[in-house]
Ligand binder design. Structure first.
Ligand code: HXC
Length: 257
């Protein structure tokens, strides 16, 4: 039984994890990390789930890692526990993750959003990496993922000053996939997740893997990796069905296999 999250199925083949610590603006404590990663890993194994939405409340996606939980820890504590290493489990989720961000996405909240594959932001969203104002630095991937997402100039600006940017600036910077009106956020994230989930699941998983490989390899290695994954799609039923449906001018009926 989860305490910090709610899990539901807002549409066919779509699961949703809603952060639910309103008293702390969804601050990410260790329990939330365990519950989010465990839920996501379980949904990842479910063949009836083709996309997973990760969202928060209207006021906060997540206002960061839980400062009150971290404040008394020593170097020895955080080093021995390898604090935040548990989040790596979310990066191993192969099902596409769609973040729906309204309100604050600060520190660990911004980093959690960046661990997702498609980031849909409400016009109320506010992003930032304010760790430096607490005397620390990003610890859940911010210095790496933000730099890859928006480039060194902008990442340095945010990480060194701790300033918060609004949704429009985040979109201009390339941090978010789409910007929507706040009251449309839930519908838009569900619709986007539904769209992804309606595709061949193996194709979606391979596509996610190929895009993520771009961050880890040279161009020539990445192109080869992509080509081999592309070749592999020809082993699926869904490739036969998708191409047959195109030539027969009808919607494809994917079996996700
Ligand atoms: C713990 C938090 C929290 C957080 C908010 N709260 N953010 N608790 N950790 N990150 C709690 C507040 O203490 C308060 O509880 C309640 O949530 C409501 O917050 P308020 O501050 O009263 O709300 P508001 O005035 O609207 O201000 C919202 C806010 C502010 C601007 C987002 O809460 C804020 O600055 N939060 C911290 C943002 C931050 O620095 N995030 C980065 C964390 S570090 P009480 O019970 O006191 O009323 C991080 C990575 C660290 O993420 C990596 C280092 C290893």
């Amino acid at each position: 039984m989860s305490v910090t999250i709610l899990v539901d199925r807002p549409a066919e083949r779509v699961a949703r994890i809603t952060l639910n610590r309103p008293e702390a603006l969804n601050a990410l404590n260790l329990q939330a990390m365990r519950e989010i990663t465990t839920a996501a890993a379980g949904l990842d194994r479910d063949p009836d789930v083709g996309a997973i939405v990760v969202t928060g409340s209207a006021k906060a996606f997540a206002a960061g890692a839980d400062v009150k939980e971290m404040a008394p820890r020593s170097f020895g504590d955080v080093f021995a526990a390898d604090w935040f290493a548990g989040w790596d489990a979310l990066s191993r989720v192969r099902t596409p993750l769609v973040a729906g961000v309204a309100g604050y996405a600060l520190g660990g909240g911004c980093e959690l959003a960046m661990m997702c594959d498609v980031l849909i932001a409400a016009d109320t969203a506010k992003f930032g990496q304010p760790e430096i104002t607490l005397g620390v630095i990003p610890g859940m991937g911010g210095s790496q993922r933000l730099t890859r997402a928006i480039g060194k100039a902008k990442a340095m600006d945010l990480i060194l000053t701790g300033r918060t940017i609004d949704a429009a600036e985040a979109e201009r910077a390339g941090l978010v996939s789409r910007l929507v009106a706040a009251d449309a956020l839930l519908a838009e994230t569900t619709a986007t997740a539904s769209k992804i989930a309606s595709m061949s699941k193996p194709a979606a998983m391979l596509a996610k893997e190929a895009v993520n490989r771009a961050f880890e390899s040279s161009l020539s290695e990445g192109l080869l990796f992509e080509r081999r994954l592309f070749h592999a799609t020809f082993a699926t039923h869904d490739q036969k069905e998708g191409m047959a449906a195109f030539t027969e001018k009808r919607p494809a009926e994917f079996r996700h296999a």
